[in-house]
Every structure is written in C-alpha cells, then in structure tokens.
Design a protein around this ligand. Structure first.
Ligand SMILES: *Cc1c(COP(=O)(O)O)cnc(C)c1O
Length: 478
C-alpha cells in the first residue's frame, strides 16, 4: 500500500487561510524558509486512504482475540460516549476542586468501587499502566520498610511471573530472588521457605498465576511471609477470574495493582492510554502517592496530606478518560461482574478441554480465566508455536500470547474472556484442530504463514534491532 505522501497529487483537500499577518510577532530567525512538504489529496481520497489503513489492523471488533494475559474483552462503546461528554473531556486539569466536583466524585466513587473489588483500604488512581502500578507499589513497600528502619533488599518472584514484576522491583533497587514452581504449576512452598530471611521485603505474586492456575497455598504463603515480617504484592492485571468471588485482601496481600485496561473494559494495545490503580491495606494507607481523592461529607477534594507519601507518580490525576470508562463499566455491570468472571472461567475451561487432545497441556489442572498449551508435539514435527501463531492470522484470528510464561516450552497462552459465545469458541476449536491436522498433511503452509495478511512473515530480530520507522520519499534521502 502506498503512503499518503506517495498518493499526494496536488489536489487541495482543504485550503488554509493566509496566516502571514498572524505570525509577524515571531522573530524571523525562528520562521521556516521552505514550505513544508505536506501531502495533498482530495478529501475523498484521504478518507479512503485512512479507511484502508484501518482495515489492515486486526481488532476485537473484527474477530476472536484470545491473547492470554491481555484480556481482550469487549469494551462497550457507551463507555466512549461517556468519556467524551463535554464536561469531562474539556475539563482543564488545573480547575479548582470546587469547580470540578463531578469529576472528583467520579474518581472518589471509582476508588470506593475498587476498594470493594480488591478488599483494600485505600486506592490511588494515578499510575498509568500495570507496570507503573507495580513500580508505585514497590516504592510504597520500600518506603514502608525505610520508615520502620529496616533495610530489606530482596523481593521473591515466582518463575512464572510476568516480566514486568522483576523489572519493577529491580527499578526500585531490590534484588530479585526467583522461586520455582512445582509440578502443579504453583509456587513450591518448600523452595519458598528456604529463601526466607530478614532481608526479604516482599513476594510479588499473580493469582491466578500466569498459567491460569489458582495458587491453592496462598494463605499458607501469606502467613509465611507475614511471620517473616515481609509483605505480599498482588499483580492484579488480570482480575477477570475472581471478581466478586475472592480478593487479594482475603488471600492475605498488602498491595495490589489492577489494570483497568484489561479487566475493566477500557480499550488497550498499541500503547494506548491505560490505568493501573494501586490498592493498599490500612497499614500502608499513608504511603500512597498524593493527591488521593477524598470526601469530607460535603465536598470532594484532592488530599495531599498523607504522612509518608511516596510523592506524585503521574501528572494531575492519571489517565482520567480511562477512569471514566472503567467507572462506567463497573456501574453498568454491578453484581454482574461476578457473572463475567464465571463466564470467563467457563469459556477458558471449555477451550482447554476441547484442545488438550491435539495440543500438549503441561499442567492438566482446572484453569481460571486462561490456560497454557505447549506446541511441543507440533514442534517435534517441524512446526513451531510461532508458525501456529502466524497460521491463525490467516484464519481471521489473533494469535494467543506465545512463548510466555517462560516455564512452558513453545507456550500458547489462551484467554477467551467472557465476551465470546459458544459458536465463536467452537469456531476457534475447529481452526486449532485444523492447524494441528495440517502439521501432518501440509506443514509448509504453516511454516510459511501468514499468507493473507498485508504484511507477511517479518524478520523480527531485524525489526527490533534496525527499526526503520521513517518514510523517505524517492530521491530525497534527507
Ligand atoms: C499486562 C500485565 C502487566 C503489565 O501491565 P501494563 O499495563 O502492560 O504495564 C503486568 N502483569 C501481568 C500479569 C499482566 O498481564
């Protein structure tokens, strides 16, 4: 497909008025000498160009998107409508509290809802993403020990963890101590015990973990950690399995982050805005970033008055637009959040049972909202998980998350979410079984996939090492 620069043909889509008299106040030295080389095309051609570009994208509205750990669920369009209400969208972030009561009320009520959902005592809405929430949470844990005069340096992280966990803890200055998983895909308690000493600040856990398996010994783990004077951090990026059923507080955690742009139906991917609120127990309340949104019985206000606050972690209030969408979703769902979790877990177990004949299921346990297959059987016949992923693209299906978690060879991590109906799940099963069959009958088709996408197989190493992101017009190598 041509770029808009190549399609430019001098047609005038829009005529800008002559602004020369408006820029007289700018020093001549700062004015450009040459006209910018902007593309010119008629309005209709411009519309066609961008429609064609958008059609090249895959999205949840186009087909099944079982990207494990990412919770690509349906994001109700009404959320967008609400986030675009003029009073929200055009509110200046410097507006005085007294003139922004509606926005503050929404944030306060979202905090209250997230308190209920997580069981925590206080929430900050500031962090802009899951990893940012982790960093915020680890900063809180660090400061907590500092104020107690303890210099604990180690953070224990299971070997199945999301890569952001060790990265966030490390960024905070902690040493990362991995703990192995047992053959049930859960934290090995004996291995954990052997790692505990007075230098351990915390454990970062995901539950259900990244294999989609619920950690049965979580209460024993939390007791072990607390007896050791350590804290427990809960990676709640994927809350889809447990909403309304249990929460991190009941499991014994002290700090948790949520990804509103996963569980709480705000669109994500492609680096779009997210929100990673952090919840803490009563004991850690005073360490939250400021301001938190408070209510004195009459007015909502920004509260900067926290004794041990780690400071501010994001400009203004975080990504307010995302907060509106999440609040709309939670308000709309109410008690049905529990039903969403039920359906997400049911859908994942349904797919797992249907697919485990054709693909190796290394941890054959009941799963929660997702499960992890291994492509080892197919790999032994010359078709890797990467090839399976690429082949799915030819079937109007987004590939699952692949090669993660690291403890599963040739991993395929599948998360259907609650949004999909049985027909769609059955169709995915049909496609996966067909691919498994083609491993025997037509492997070349799979190893050379994708065949139908705008961009075919790319050299991923080269793409990462030598990114070429700039368009250069022919003959103009500036
Ligand atoms: C997505 C995810 C994260 C990171 O969230 P971002 O918003 O991408 O920073 C952390 N942990 C788990 C388990 C995740 O799935």
């Amino acid at each position: 497909m041509k770029t808009i620069f190549e399609k430019s043909n001098g047609a005038e889509g829009i005529t800008l008025c002559d602004r020369t008299d408006n820029i007289n106040f700018i020093d001549k030295n700062f004015l450009r000498r040459d006209m910018p080389e902007l593309p010119e095309a008629s309005e209709l051609e411009v519309l066609r160009h961008y429609k064609e570009l958008s059609d090249m994208n895959f999205c949840i509205e186009k087909g099944f998107y079982p990207l494990g750990s990412c919770t690509m669920k349906y994001n109700p369009k009404v959320n967008e409508l609400l986030a675009n209400l003029e009073g929200f969208a055009n509110l200046h972030p410097e507006t005085e509290d007294a003139d922004a009561q509606g926005a503050l009320e929404l944030m306060y009520k979202l905090q209250e809802a997230l308190k209920k959902i997580t069981g925590m005592s206080a929430i900050t809405l500031q962090p802009a993403a899951g990893a940012h929430g982790e960093l915020t949470g680890m900063m809180i844990i660090k400061k907590y020990f500092e104020t107690k005069g303890e210099n604990r340096k180690k953070v224990i992280i299971p070997d199945s963890a999301h890569g952001t966990n060790p990265a966030s803890a490390h960024l905070c200055g902690f040493d990362i101590i991995p703990v192995a998983s047992n053959q049930k895909g859960q934290v090995d308690i004996e291995a954990l015990k052997s790692l505990l000493d007075k230098d351990v600040a915390a454990i970062m856990m995901t539950n259900p973990n990244t294999l989609g398996i619920f950690e049965e010994n979580v209460l024993e783990i939390s007791k072990l950690m607390h007896d050791n004077g350590s804290l427990l951090y809960y990676d709640g990026a994927n809350f889809n399995a447990i909403m309304g059923y249990t929460n991190p507080k009941l499991m014994g955690f002290d700090v948790v982050h949520l990804n509103l742009h996963k569980t709480f139906a705000t669109p994500h991917g492609g680096g779009g805005p997210g929100a990673g609120p952090v919840g803490v127990t009563e004991e850690l309340k005073e360490f939250l970033p400021v301001p938190v949104i408070d209510f004195d019985g009459k007015k909502y206000f920004r509260n900067y008055n926290l004794k041990h606050s780690i400071g501010q972690v994001k400009g203004f209030f975080g990504n307010f637009g995302v907060l509106i969408k999440a609040y709309a979703y939670i308000s709309m769902m109410g008690k049905n959040l529990k039903q969403a979790s039920e359906n997400a877990v049911l859908n994942a177990n349904y797919l797992k049972e249907k697919l485990k004949k054709a693909y190796l299921l290394p941890y054959d346990e009941p799963c929660m909202h997702e499960f992890v297959l291994s492509g080892d059987w197919q790999k032994s016949k010359g078709v890797s998980t990467l090839n399976i992923a690429k082949s799915l693209m030819d079937e109007n299906t987004h590939p699952p998350t692949v090669y993660f978690p690291l403890i599963v060879h040739e991993a395929l991590m599948i998360e259907p979410t609650e949004s999909e109906n049985k027909e769609r799940l059955d169709d995915f099963v049909r496609i996966m079984l067909k691919i498994a069959e083609e491993v025997n009958t037509n492997p070349e088709k799979l190893t050379s996939a994708p065949h139908t996408t705008p961009v075919k197989r790319i050299d991923e190493t080269k793409a990462a090492r030598f990114p070429d992101l700039r368009f250069k017009a022919a003959g103009k190598e500036k």
